[in-house]
Design a binder for this molecule. Sequence first.
Ligand code: 2AM
Ligand code: CA
Length: 261
Amino acid sequence: MDTPEELHGFVCEVARRAGELQLSRYEDPGEVKQKAPKDFVTEVDLLCERLMVDAITERYPDDAILSEEQGGSVSETGRTWLLDPVDGTANFMKANPMFCACVSVVEGGKVTHAAVAAPRLGDLYHARLGGGAYRETGGVRTPLRVSDTEKLEYGIVGADLSLYGGKPQDPGVEEVLFGAWQLRALGSAGIRGAWIAAGYLDVSIGTRNTAWDYAPTVLLVSEAGGRATDLSGEPWSLSSRGLIATNAALHQEVLAVLNRA
Ligand code: 2AM
Ligand code: CA
């Protein structure tokens, strides 16, 4: 039986190895397929998924795995691994540096370990429940701490919005943006969440992403002193539709604006 520290080291290693594979194929995504309109998968997504799934299955054969491309299952009683082999595929396809590999472990409905490797940035972000959140860059480990912004008016909000066709956004999301200082659209939910934990952004809004995108944010942000809930302020769960992550100080204000619309 591995200790939680050993398990955590392995979570980081799986993310790091997928990130190294991504970097080795930077500017070379291989064959690209469109799964659905504007939803792409590259050869590198599939290779990273294979690498991650094989490594986890070999070491923890009894664990459940739910991964973006191959699907899978969630264990009711045991451990579940959530994998996003390439988060930010649209960026990766264009050699935009904002892409990462996301690995999370869920036990008893809670995210207990998470790692986000962003190899082109040179960063590995990771957190363990009760053990803090960290960034590792060039072998140097730095604790992560959320920002101290106190008013939404001074807040920098991360959100990936599809504006094609002039489609109105969720009105609550628009209201949050109208009440904030600036918007950042990074194209990677994993990096957006890590950047709340790091204090680079103050608020993150996601309304359509999936559990493997959100799980790392939930743990990284809460371990860095922030808050992460669903869109109504309830605790996030694997079946939640969206996620609001903030530096904690802005959380109530953001929820009030989001839900008054
Ligand atoms: P992906 O790169 O793993 O697909 C920016 O578009 C962010 O939203 C990325 O994290 C991306 O994840 C995710 N995303 C893109 N298309 C999506 C879709 N149709 N449903 C949910 N999330 C999506
Ligand atoms: Ca993906």
